[in-house]
Write a protein that binds this ligand. Structure first.
Ligand code: NAD
Length: 490
């Protein structure tokens, strides 16, 4: 058994101290080779989750009164440490969730960039709007922004480093203290980031990390002292948490699941579109919230596009994510693999055709949770595969008669995370941008990938509350106060 984190970092981090002892433990299985386990990790007890909030509350006043520059220094130092430790963190990330090393390194580097970006937020924090009174020359009106105090951060396993970096950086730069509950399938990655923030100079109590699952999460979001809850994960969990948070009147930001479609119109560059769709659907085994799970192709180019798509899919190397030439690694957990196989099985029992994959890999890859990139064609419009999130390496292809038909099909799902269109026709591109009911729309590129300075949030069942990234995260993590200042001068 490999011990990933240093021995004194197998548990959570509260009040500036690592947990080294605990009654309940858990292990993590390497999805690339299920004979390898890491751990044990210590589950944070209910009493310690409570203590984490108490600690954050005690630290909130002092941290909230630091200057933006002081907070910026912590984030910049953390970004520097992340860059230095990129390969070590990425190796652990890969071992926990099966992302290829190249993608894991890129994710860790993106985390550093996000911290750097929010380190500069001091000059564009919300607040500061100044207005003259309409009624009295002796009065001036302005707004100031204040942190919530204690915020809870709940994150998924699929971007276990970069997603928490967004939330932690925005929460900290606005002066909040944090209790973070990472996903239980990626504990070592979370402990690396916690250690980095500690070493970068986050004062005692400002960053607290608790390890646990739904029970710890519910305790945290239900705590009256937590002023705001930010969550990324499945729609089912997000809606449950949003209900709990709304019931006690705190702020909630939910980034949830997706069922993302790409539309390919007749004038598109078909080679590029096919390569992008295959990569968008299958890299990281389709386990990105913005992964492509449906491709809707205009009748006029369907046959040619389909050939190119299958070729691009077959060119992807399925293998151990620690090996350089691997494109697609395993799925994260046995439970997910079983679900994906069941979803494929259901799809195969309805009209339609299996064009690629559909099976667990055999031979040497049987040691891990490898599912061959799967393409299903021409399923009924209302098939579950067209409407429900699978979150695995499964893509459905179907034909559309025109762009209006394509937009109707894109919007058929209850999700609204991301969509993309491939066309060089400006009018068609704008029609898609306006008609696609998703929080992010891309033209001539796959829906995956985000930049830190522009807000993004899901529509419909993919998001709730303030979008994330850019200034939107700063708005979410602050409360606005309006001041009527009667200075009496005329
Ligand atoms: P999940 O909903 O199972 O878990 C997410 C987090 O919530 C984990 O930390 C989990 O322990 C915690 N949790 C679970 N039940 C809880 C409860 N009752 N109360 C409080 N916390 C609870 O999601 P996951 O499987 O970790 O992640 C995959 C999902 O995340 C997919 O649906 C994917 O689309 C979505 N996702 C969305 C985005 C986005 O930006 N919209 C980004 C990444 C992932």
């Amino acid at each position: 058994m490999t011990q990933l984190a240093p021995a004194d970092r197998s548990g959570g981090f509260i009040a500036g101290e690592w947990f080294a002892n605990g009654d309940e433990t858990f292990h993590r299985t390497n999805p690339a080779d299920t004979s390898e386990q890491t751990g044990p990790y210590l589950l944070t007890s209910a009493a310690d989750v409570e203590r984490a909030v108490t600690t954050a509350e005690a630290a909130a006043s002092a941290w909230g009164r630091t200057t933006p520059r002081e907070r910026s220094e912590v984030l910049l130092a953390a970004a520097e440490l992340i860059r230095k430790r990129r390969d070590v963190v990425a190796a652990d990330l890969t071992r926990e969730v099966g992302k290829t090393l190249a993608e894991a390194r890129a994710e860790v580097a993106a985390g550093a960039d996000t911290l750097t970006f929010y380190a500069g937020a001091g000059t564009w924090l919300p607040g500061g709007r100044v207005a003259e009174s309409l009624r009295d020359r002796g009065r001036v009106l302005f707004t100031r922004s204040y942190p919530h105090g204690v915020v809870a951060i709940i994150t998924p396993w699929n971007f276990p480093f970069s997603n928490p970096c967004i939330k932690l950086a925005a929460a900290l730069t606005t002066g909040n203290c944090v209790v973070w509950k990472p996903a239980p399938w990626s504990p070592a990655t979370a402990l690396h980031l916690t250690a980095i923030l500690d070493e970068a100079g986050a004062p005692t109590g400002v960053v607290n990390t608790v390890l646990g699952g739904a029970a710890a999460g519910e305790q945290l979001v239900g705590d009256e002292r937590v002023g705001a809850v930010t969550f990324t994960g499945s729609t089912q969990t997000g809606r449950r948490i949003a209900g709990l948070v709304a019931a006690r009147g705190a702020a909630a930001q939910m980034e949830m699941g997706g069922k993302n479609a790409v539309v390919v119109l007749p004038d598109a560059d078909l080679e590029t579109a096919a390569r992008d769709v295959a990569a968008g659907a299958f890299l990281f085994a389709g386990q990105k919230c913005s992964a492509v799970s449906r491709v809707l192709v205009h009748n006029a180019v369907r046959a040619r596009f389909q050939d190119l798509l299958i070729e691009a899919t077959e060119n992807l190397v399925l293998g151990d994510p620690r090996t350089d030439d691997t494109d697609v690694g395993p799925v994260v957990h046995e439970r997910q693999l079983d679900r994906h196989l069941a979803a494929i099985d259901t799809a195969r029992r309805s009209p339609g055709e299996l064009l690629a994959g559909g099976k667990r890999a055999n031979g040497p890859l049987r040691k891990g949770l490898y599912l061959a990139p799967t393409v299903l064609a021409d399923l009924p419009a209302d098939a579950p595969m067209h409407c429900e999130e699978v979150f695995g390496p499964v893509l459905a292809i179907s034909s559309v008669a025109d762009s209006a038909n394509a937009i109707t099909e894109v919007n058929r799902t209850p999700y609204g995370l991301a969509g993309a269109v491939y066309t060089h026709n400006q009018a068609e591109a704008w029609r898609f941008i306006d008609g696609c009911q998703t929080g992010t729309v891309k033209v001539n590129e796959p829906p995956v990938g985000l930049e830190p300075h522009v807000p993004t949030g899901g529509w419909k069942q993919s998001g709730l509350g303030q979008p994330e990234l850019g200034p939107a995260s700063l708005e979410f993590f602050t409360r606005s106060k309006t001041v009527y200042f009667n200075h009496g001068a005329l």
